[in-house]
Design a protein. Structure first.
Length: 578
């Protein structure tokens, strides 16, 4: 196994951008009413127009901080030319450094890990409550990436030249909207995701193809503060509100780029996939249909946060770091101070957690998405193709897990509500994931680390796909990505595969072209036709009563029963731990 595989999974939290070759003359303009935008480029090879960094909301700064997104101001004095990619303020959990070291050893065959074997950046049991921001050693926090700014609510539109020309004749093309992952604390619309290969795949077999949109949304404290006190003067789940605002922008404006607002498919991985679940279940489905007709959640992930007390503690810890008492005082602070406090609260998150993310707020999310799906409180008109990976949990599992007690400690740290129910905690570790290591249990675990990984995978990722499928009466399309090592996030490289920029190597952790081409065909067929099947790829059956998934592996692409179709997932969906 090459280490590039591990690095690829971890790199999903990093930020980078791509710059296509282009010609500059005669680029078209699009009038959005509030602003006029010129295309950033037309790629000479791919024939793709890129309209980069279109403002879809007002800057979420000053009085707009920690509030719902607002419409952009009208500015028609000049055509908006390309600008550098803005990146929302973000942060990474410091435990991810340990994970990187751990996985290197794990895939070399090591089975036991000690804290002394790892680079230590903080004293044991150090927490946010111990931090004085004025004297904190900020050297352990990576500097902000170039382009970081709170004024980050922009999106990109990438459209094939021929589809843009057809817009003049009123024929709209299907649209694929990307929502990035990154633990709800990192990532950007421009990070590592060049849609050229995906758009080329959409034109195979003579199809006209799709239009691609990618959006930014607020991250960390800027997008996910919540709790009773915060909600007196702030908007909880602001990141979800940003996404919905952008999706409503697509509904209003995509026709001007050649797109059909009635044929919008939203796709996202990890936090992006979890966000899609939240959008499908937003407001319990009581505020009209979602601003998209189809969805492709990939490894939809989130830590289920219901406790108002937990939300309040996170909010108060953030205010304490800022040395203020109210959110109104926080709105008046310099952005760099807010960013450092955000970096510290995310950096010191419990192993496997990120501090911030979607929460049950009594408004946008009245209940957990899984509960809403269980009780039919969601938009039932959305068609879904959903996927998960064979090993979702390992990236978020502490290498120091050596006993049931350790598993209880990790679960309690990322899901504090379970501490109030010792009988439930006992049921989880003794019945759902018992200390039986003969390979007969979830994900066939044979070690304590694998046991903890199986629990994490089902709690935060794989069961979510099962909830969607059963809620939609098994009328979904499901895939299982099992290309070794099938870690969380590795299918993203396959989604954005580009044959002209990727080495071909089937077995060593570099892209498997066979699997990548199949996945791209399934995605684009679904976006264009509402089902994934087409010429040149193995038949993809609906989930159906047998819980059938399309298993994507380098050895073969074939049908199998969904491993997430189990009684453990049915138990987690009831949220009996709160």
């Amino acid at each position: 196994m090459r280490f590039t595989t591990v690095a690829a999974a971890l790199s999903l939290l990093s930020v980078a951008s791509t710059t296509p070759t282009s010609k500059d003359g005669g680029l078209p303009k699009v009038d959005l009413g509030y602003e006029i935008y010129r295309a950033s480029s037309l790629n000479d090879t791919t024939k793709l127009y890129r309209f980069n960094n279109i403002r879809y909301a007002a800057p979420p700064t000053g009085e707009n901080r920690f509030r719902a997104p607002q419409p952009p101001a009208k500015n028609r004095t000049a055509v908006q030319d390309p600008r550098p990619d803005p990146i929302c303020p973000q942060a990474n959990a410091l435990w991810s450094k340990t994970t990187q070291q751990f996985l290197m050893g794990y895939f070399m065959g090591e089975t036991s890990f000690n804290r002394s074997d790892f680079d230590s950046v903080l004293p044991a049991n150090f927490s946010v409550s111990d931090v004085n921001l004025a004297t904190f050693n900020s050297s352990i926090i990576p500097p902000a990436a170039p382009g970081t700014t709170e004024d980050c609510l922009f999106l990109d539109v990438v459209v094939p030249e021929h589809l843009f020309e057809k817009s003049k004749h009123g024929k709209g093309a299907p649209v694929l909207v990307w929502i990035y992952g990154g633990g709800y604390t990192a990532g950007s619309k421009a990070a590592n995701f060049d849609p050229s290969g995906l758009l080329a795949a959409s034109q195979n077999g003579g199809d006209d193809g799709v239009i691609y949109v990618a959006l930014n949304y607020r991250l960390g404290a800027f997008g996910w503060l919540s709790g009773p006190t915060f909600q007196e003067d702030g908007a909880s789940n602001a990141g979800l509100r940003d996404q919905r605002f952008a999706l409503e922008w697509v509904q209003k404006h995509i026709e001007k780029f050649g797109g059909d607002p009635k044929r919008v498919t939203v796709m996202g991985e990890s936090a992006g996939g979890g966000s899609i679940m939240s959008q499908i279940t937003a407001y319990n489905g009581l505020k009209g249909p979602a601003p998209f007709s189809q969805a492709i959640p990939q490894s939809p992930g989130f830590i289920p946060v219901v406790s108002r007390n937990q939300q309040e503690q996170v909010f108060q810890n953030y205010l304490k770091l800022l040395n203020v008492s109210t959110i109104e005082e926080a709105r008046k602070l310099n952005s760099s101070i807010l960013q450092m406090a955000n970096a510290v609260t995310v950096g010191l998150a419990a192993y496997g957690g990120f501090t911030y993310g979607p929460v049950v707020d009594g408004d946008f999310l009245p209940v957990l998405p899984g509960e809403a799906l269980l009780h039919g409180k969601f938009d039932k008109s959305v068609k879904v193709m959903v996927g998960h990976n064979a090993d979702e949990g390992l990236l978020f599992t502490s290498p120091f897990t050596k006993s049931t007690t350790d598993i209880k400690t990790q679960l309690s740290s990322i899901l504090p509500s379970v501490r109030a129910f010792p009988d439930v905690l006992s049921y989880i570790v003794n019945t759902l994931y018992p200390p039986i290591f003969d390979g007969s249990q979830a994900q066939n675990y044979t070690t304590e680390i694998e046991r903890a990984s199986a629990l994490t995978a089902e709690l935060s990722f794989t069961c979510n796909t099962f909830y969607l499928s059963t809620a939609l009466l098994n009328q979904t399309y499901n895939y299982l990505f099992s290309v070794p090592p099938a870690l969380h996030g590795l299918d993203v490289r396959y989604t954005f595969y580009n044959a002209n920029a990727t080495s071909d190597d089937d077995m060593t952790g570099v892209i498997s072209p066979k699997v990548a081409v199949a996945l791209q065909e399934y995605i684009t067929n679904f976006a264009m036709k509402g089902q994934p099947n087409g010429q040149g790829v193995p038949h993809f059956d609906m989930y159906g009563p047998n819980a059938t998934v399309q298993n994507l592996n380098v050895t073969s692409i074939h049908e199998m029963r969904d491993p997430a179709a189990n009684e453990r997932c049915r138990w987690w969906q009831k949220a009996l731990y709160v």
